[in-house]
Design a protein around this ligand. Structure first.
Ligand code: AP5
Length: 284
């Protein structure tokens, strides 16, 4: 029958296509399993982590810890500082507008920061969760985040009501100064080093891509003090806001980066577990 030939061919082609696809999928899975370990892949690549907020003064280790969380759970780091610095580097209209504000160590206006966060959280890679590094930093930003999550994630059915876990990293004031003045960053890959606690293998050169490390514009003495003051007056109340809602956990940042990281991952895991149990109990 003329009609059956193309059909049979179609099935054969489909079967060949299926087996090729299966081979490709299998080798990708093998590759990922090799790199992550089987159980880690199953647990981390597929599960929803939800929003993680890292709070803490300049130099507390938010950027350093965000990178660890990102690698562990495969969710993106959303750093408002990095996003703003990128705008400045590209000299976009926003970058030109905020350049002087950042150089003085003051906060960029809430509406501008909320707009770039909204844009970033709508990207598909944020669907299982994200780490907010340096946001929210004012009570207005915190209130905005609550309504954004409600409308864009919970009400839309993307996630059940997974409220953010808010982790405050606490570090002694004098250690903060030492950390900030010793910080060096890679302008290409964003790796963070420290001349005192985490020097690169070759002086001033990134271990990963060989780029010359840079000192951040706002890591000058007079600006550092302004940033620490801004934190005291404008961002500390954000921690109080979350504490009143019972959503704040505090982690001791005066330990090695690995020890801080272990404490943070433990908090995120237990928070994710609680939420799953609560949502199962509610049938969502
Ligand atoms: P942003 O880039 O967010 O800077 P920040 O909050 O001041 O924080 P830092 O990046 O200085 O420190 P960190 O906590 O990330 O520490 P890190 O891991 O690098 O903001 C910059 C500016 O942008 C603001 O001033 C404002 O103008 C604007 N802005 C940003 N967000 C905004 C918002 N939401 N609203 C309005 N304006 C906004 O670590 C520091 C150093 O310590 C490194 O060298 C690291 O290697 C070392 N280190 C880290 N952990 C340890 C450890 N456990 N032990 C020893 N050394 C360590």
């Amino acid at each position: 029958m003329t009609g059956s030939l193309p059909r049979a061919d179609g099935f054969a082609a489909a079967a060949t296509g299926r087996s090729t696809r299966r081979r490709i999928v299998r080798s990708v899975v093998n590759l990922v399993q090799e790199r992550l370990g089987a159980s880690s892949m199953a647990e981390q690549v597929l599960r929803t982590i939800g929003p993680v907020v890292l709070l803490g003064p300049p130099g507390a280790g938010k950027g350093t810890q965000s990178k660890g969380i990102t690698e562990h759970y495969h969710i993106p780091q959303v750093s408002t500082g990095d996003l703003l610095r990128e705008h400045v580097k590209q000299q976009t209209p926003l970058g030109v507008q905020v350049q002087a504000v950042i150089a003085r160590g003051e906060l960029v206006p809430d509406n501008l920061v909320c707009d770039i966060v909204a844009w970033r959280l709508r990207q598909p890679d944020a669907d299982r969760g994200f780490v907010l590094d340096g946001f929210p930093r004012t009570q207005k930003q915190a209130a905005w985040l609550d309504s954004f999550l409600k409308f864009e994630f919970f009400d839309s059915g993307k996630w059940a009501s997974w409220l953010p876990i808010v982790i405050r990293i606490e570090v002694d004031y004098n250690k903060l100064l030492l950390r900030i003045t010793g910080r060096r960053t890679c302008p290409i890959c964003g790796s963070i080093y420290n001349v005192h606690s985490k020097p690169p293998l070759v002086d001033e050169i990134c271990d990963k891509d060989g780029a010359k490390l840079v000192i951040r514009e706002d890591d000058r003495d007079e600006v550092i003090r302004e940033r620490l003051d801004t934190y005291e007056h404008q961002t500390k109340p954000v921690a109080e806001y979350y504490m009143a809602l019972g959503r704040l956990v505090t982690v001791d940042g005066d330990q090695s980066p690995e020890a801080v990281s272990a404490s943070i991952l433990k908090e995120i895991d237990s928070h994710a577990c609680d939420r799953v149990q609560r949502n199962q109990a509610k049938g969502t």
